[in-house]
Design a protein around this ligand. Structure first.
Ligand SMILES: [Zn+2]
Ligand SMILES: [Zn+2]
Length: 167
């Protein structure tokens, strides 16, 4: 019920804005036309003895321009706001992206520091815990304990389950 009412208000609001835009722009156009007419009349009458008959048009035109401008500004308020908002959004996005990248880097560093030791291949490459083969040279990083068949890192000297010495 409330939703529908809001929807109606929004629709009404949109219509009002549209009317404001049309009226505002019309007034601006008419105002500009009247101002030009008035000024043309004024300047063309300058050299003659005739009084500028249409000079009043300039006054009316000025007033119309003022009112029309205000109404148009009111009608385009939302667009202007949206424009300003859109202008500032990319900056925030960029900032957010940078913050995210920074946080990810820090998190990664912390994880690396506190995580279990890496599996170091004989080639020197550090491989993530749980890796079965070296990501650089492809050598197997895991071997099976001959006694309990537990999976152990190739670098380990003893099985961490049964203590069997490994070669
Ligand atoms: Zn390797
Ligand atoms: Zn074992």
């Amino acid at each position: 019920m409330i939703y529908n009412q809001n929807e109606n208000n929004l629709e009404k609001h949109k219509k009002t804005k549209k009317t404001l835009k049309i009226v505002g722009i019309t007034m601006l156009v008419v105002g500009a036309g009247l101002t030009i007419t008035g000024l043309v009349s004024f300047f063309s009458a300058m050299g003659t003895s005739n009084p500028p008959k249409l000079f009043w048009c300039a006054f009316v035109g000025f007033i119309l321009l003022g009112i029309g401008g205000s109404i148009t500004a009111l009608g385009f308020q939302k667009e202007m706001k949206r424009y300003i908002k859109n202008e500032s959004v990319p900056i925030f996005n960029e900032m957010g992206q940078e913050i995210k990248t920074g946080v990810t880097a820090i998190t990664q560093t912390i994880n690396d520091t506190i995580s279990d030791k890496k599996i170091i291949c004989r080639c020197g490459e550090e491989n993530e815990q749980g890796s079965k083969f070296c990501s650089k040279c492809g050598s197997p990083l895991i071997k099976t304990c001959p006694n309990c068949h537990n999976e152990i890192e190739t670098n380990d000297n003893f099985c961490n389950k049964c203590g069997t010495k490994l070669d």
